[in-house]
Ligand binder design. Structure first.
Ligand code: HEM
Length: 417
């Protein structure tokens, strides 16, 4: 590594040594900064102005170039993570639509690198026959036509393919950035963890689908569908992955805003608590969706003329009510939704009295607007008996609300004390 200084003025060495190994590698990879190497081509690539500067005010010029190079890499990594976050968002929307259109149990097999797309009519019939072996067809879909089957099959296929494309969009640039030395140690650890989570999410997806293919729907009222526990786990993991991508991307792309006075610690704590509640409300929403609890008590604010419905603790043992009784799951989701809205309102009101950087104010405003919109969509979803498009918008809205909360807490983290 030391040879990279071969052509530099010796007085530069102490300052250069302050730079991290990783930054030096980045410098080497930048066409304009190849003058650090002993390679004469690199030296020849250097503009005359750079050469002169190197020997006149060499240290300043060199350090500036280094900072520029490392900023460039940070930006590239940041954009890549934003795209990955965007793709997770897309996967959540597709997953929601797949569930709402009852398409998720149409593909009854799974392989790591993708299922074969049926090409001929014979292959389609073969796939259809496979589907007929499972409870969804036998209990609910006996009159489904091949054309209708193809439609639900494509829905699930697109969702799975999207997940695999996301894996590639993540893994290929990760390998390139790693090989080019653009990732520091902390980022390398994150890159490995995020990659692991993407893989786990794929496995979780199949584990969830399997629960809807099992022969466990014996009761008269049983509806073949995936386990709400696995659905909630799959959705929560997607939300966690999304949050990790977005916060890391923000760290790379949005540096601190200068000139800010003190921000009350209580305000930061409230903002973080609110973010936690957005997440909790979303997880409880997955339980509502998982047992189709949006199809009972379609009135608001009361539940069939009562603030607390009679059958709220109808199941035994009591604990089962919170995840299996549609009345209780919906009741909890309402309470959590309204609590989240109150917390967001408190953050917004308090933010008006804080001396925050302009972007933090913007984030607080965006979060408040999104929370009111989200609750309005939630109530409408309930009142209109869960229309697919509205329920899908309500689900995407929860990710958008989470994004604004992540943005706000990011801006607060970066406020200089
Ligand atoms: C901050 C507030 C809220 C958040 C973050 C939120 C989030 C969510 C999420 C993530 C789902 C799961 C969607 C899915 O997996 O398809 C959901 C479902 C649902 N939410 Fe909310 N929600 C909020 C407030 C409300 C309110 C106040 C109501 C109504 C009183 C409501 C009614 C519903 C209904 C009916 C469903 C089931 C929709 C379906 O079956 O797909 N939500 N919510």
């Amino acid at each position: 590594m030391l040879s990279v200084f071969g052509r530099c003025n010796q007085s530069l060495l102490p300052k250069i040594n302050l730079l991290s190994r990783q930054t030096l590698r980045i410098i080497e990879n930048q066409p304009k900064t190849r003058f650090f190497t002993n390679n004469s081509n690199g030296w020849n690539n250097l503009t005359t102005k750079y050469r002169q500067n190197l020997f006149k005010k060499n240290s300043t010029v060199t350090l500036n170039v280094a900072a520029h190079a490392s900023n460039q890499s940070k930006k590239q990594v940041g954009y890549w993570l934003t795209i990955c976050g965007g793709m997770v968002f897309g996967a959540v929307v597709l997953g929601g639509v797949t569930r709402l259109t009852k398409s998720g149990l149409s593909m009854v097999t799974w392989t790591l690198f993708g299922e074969k797309l049926p090409r001929s009519e014979a292959e389609w019939l073969e796939e259809f026959e496979r589907y007929k072996q499972f409870p969804e067809y036998q209990i609910m879909n006996r009159d489904i036509t091949l054309t209708e089957f193809k439609w639900i099959w494509y829905m699930e296929y697109i969702h799975r393919t999207w997940g695999r494309v996301l894996g590639a969009v993540y893994a290929i640039p990760a390998t390139v950035f790693w090989a080019r030395g653009m990732l520091d140690r902390a980022m390398k650890i994150r890159v490995l963890c995020f990659g692991g989570l993407i893989g786990l999410q794929g496995l979780m997806g199949w584990y969830m689908v399997k629960s809807g293919l099992e022969d466990r729907f014996q009761g008269e009222m049983d509806v073949p569908r995936v386990s709400q526990y696995r659905l909630a786990a799959h959705l929560s993991m997607a939300f966690i992955l999304y949050s990790l991508f977005i916060t890391t991307a923000l760290e790379q792309l949005l540096p601190a805003q200068a000139g800010v006075a003190k921000v009350a610690r209580g305000f930061k704590a409230l903002a973080h608590t609110t973010k936690g509640f957005v997440f909790l409300t979303a997880v409880s929403g997955a339980f509502v969706a998982g047992i189709e609890a949006g199809l009972v008590y379609n009135s608001f604010p009361k539940m069939a003329d009562k603030w607390i419905p009679d059958d709220i603790l109808a199941f035994t043992p009591t604990i089962r009510n919170f995840t299996e009784n549609p009345t209780t799951t919906q009741f909890d989701h309402r309470i959590l939704g309204i609590t989240t809205l109150s917390l967001v309102s408190a953050v917004w009101l308090w933010s008006r009295r804080q001396k925050l950087p302009p972007r933090a104010h913007l984030a607080a405003n965006a979060m408040a607007a999104m929370a009111y919109f989200q609750v309005t969509m939630g109530i409408s979803t309930l009142l209109y008996y869960v229309p697919v498009w509205l329920a899908a918008c309500h689900q995407s809205g929860s990710l958008m609300l989470l994004s604004t909360a992540l943005w706000l807490t990011h801006e607060l983290k970066r406020v200089p004390k």
